[in-house]
Design a protein around this ligand. Sequence first.
Ligand code: NAD
Ligand code: DAU
Length: 350
Amino acid sequence: MKQTIIITGGAGFIGSHVVRLFVIKYPDYSIVNLDDLTYAGNLENLRDIESSPNYVFEKVNILDQAGLKRVFAQYNPTGVIHLAAESHVDRSIHSPLDFVYTNVIGTVNLLNAAKEAWQGQYRGKRFYHVSTDEVYGALGETGFFTEETRYDPHSPYSASKASSDHFVRAYGDTYGLPQVISNCSNNYGPNHFPEKLIPLFINNIIQKKPLPVYGDGLYTRDWLFVKDHATAIDLVYHKGENHSTYNIGGFNEWKNIDLVKLLCSLMDKKLNNAPGTSDQLITYIKDRPGHDRRYAIDASKINKELGWKPSVSFEEGLQLTIDWYFDNQEWLKHVTSGEYLKYYETQYQS
Ligand code: NAD
Ligand code: DAU
């Protein structure tokens, strides 16, 4: 069926990979990228597809109810894939209200816009909310997050995402809005904003700057290549069951310090450095408050029901990522000027 899909946050890291996948894979669809271009949104991420006939960009803030109403009336979407969010935990510790506005109120605005545009005519319609494994809180040494794990968020970011998930489910239960949610683990790959661990450390190694490891460095994350997340989103959007949740993850757990050492060794090879050169930049600094010890996703439901599994190994994905940052130094320069420098100073001042 021909579709018109509003993808919010399409100029960001994951959103840009989702927009590209849909624009190329579904030439009959119309893809509307709705994004307000905050510090994390960058149309350079989409240069290669921006002139495609099935793609259009709308600069709209999801806090702008009139703007959303206008876009829904103009394009008459069959679906929404909602990725727009404030996404960085450290920023949420400095400015929690920004996360409440965009992640909670912005999501409710979008739900209202869909509900009002669709007027109960829900056949063939779908509201897909992209969320995070951080809503489940922290694991001990063992175990996995399943779709049944109780929500237990610890940071303002994860609390705002948990709240938005609850609102999406509430709109399903109360108004019958056809909704689906996925909760994914840590993504990495091209176009990742260099405030997050992997791209920050790639940039710092290039700049010969310290690599600031929080606390004891023994925190564990489950890493997934961003293009594998995009293919999972494609499957959930098309084949997922309404009013369901799907956990998405890489079955790829790494303690931060082990990941950083692997990254250092790959970077040393890339830079023709003597082995061990980049390790010398590792600097332990004070911990992130409320830091969740371990995340690990049980992705067996999406595997069994929709046949999804990650296709890129971690070493392959990291190498692709490093190569991308070396080939796109202009992109890196553009995003690490201005506001970024102020953020960096505040976050990493001793
Ligand atoms: P990102 O920060 O790279 O991009 C967010 C995008 O949303 C940007 O393009 C930004 O301009 C836009 N945006 C922010 N506020 C907006 C507003 N008020 N109105 C309109 N647009 C706005 O984020 P990301 O890492 O690509 O994450 C995308 C989504 O996936 C988020 O909802 C995040 O919670 C979720 N998620 C991320 C990860 C991860 O590892 N990055 C993992 C699981 C889930
Ligand atoms: O789990 C999914 C989540 O993954 C997404 O919902 C978030 O949007 C995304 O930002 C990411 O959150 P994390 O907090 O896990 O990612 P981050 O890259 O900020 O940190 C990864 C780990 O590395 C975490 O344990 C904190 C640590 N870290 C991070 C930074 C930026 C450091 O030790 N030093 C750093 O400078």
